[in-house]
Write a protein that binds this ligand. Structure first.
Ligand SMILES: [Zn+2]
Length: 143
């Protein structure tokens, strides 16, 4: 389960809508929650989409943003727990390209479906240890 406050979730949704027609992307910092297997998002850190492919259907988080965030988290109980990106005109499910890019099996993927200029759906996904598939993770909006 991935728990995220309404405020932080709204920031992801707004970023997805503002990035149109491109995909937005960014990192999620968090910590272990009280429930078994629960991760709580503590920070949403937007990044420029530095993908060299078409940014309409691909994304890449700026390595500098990741480096800066890792620095900022040093000495805290937070770590990078995942990232988010949007699918303009597509579902909140990982694409085949996403699976190819899923190198880090400990990261949670949050994907926003954007339809007609508005965020239509937000879902969280985990990566199988052998990187063969994604599986759904319950997204728990805590207000
Ligand atoms: Zn994608």
């Amino acid at each position: 389960m991935l728990t995220i406050s309404g405020d932080l979730l709204d920031r992801i949704i707004r970023a997805a809508e503002d990035a149109l027609p491109h995909e937005c992307c960014g990192l999620l910092a968090g910590r272990a929650g009280a429930a078994p297997g629960e991760t709580v998002v503590t920070r949403v850190v937007p990044s420029a989409n530095v993908s060299e492919a078409k940014r309409e259907d691909s994304f890449e988080v700026d390595p500098q943003v990741r480096f800066d965030l890792m620095r900022a988290l040093e000495g805290t109980d937070e770590r990078i727990v995942g990232h988010y990106h949007s699918h303009p005109g597509g579902p909140a499910e990982p694409s085949t390209t996403d699976l190819k890019m899923a190198y880090e099996t400990d990261l949670i993927w949050v994907i926003v479906s954007v339809k007609d200029g508005r965020a239509a759906d937000v879902r969280a996904h985990g990566v199988a240890d052998d990187r063969s598939a994604f599986h759904p993770i319950v997204l728990n909006r805590a207000d």
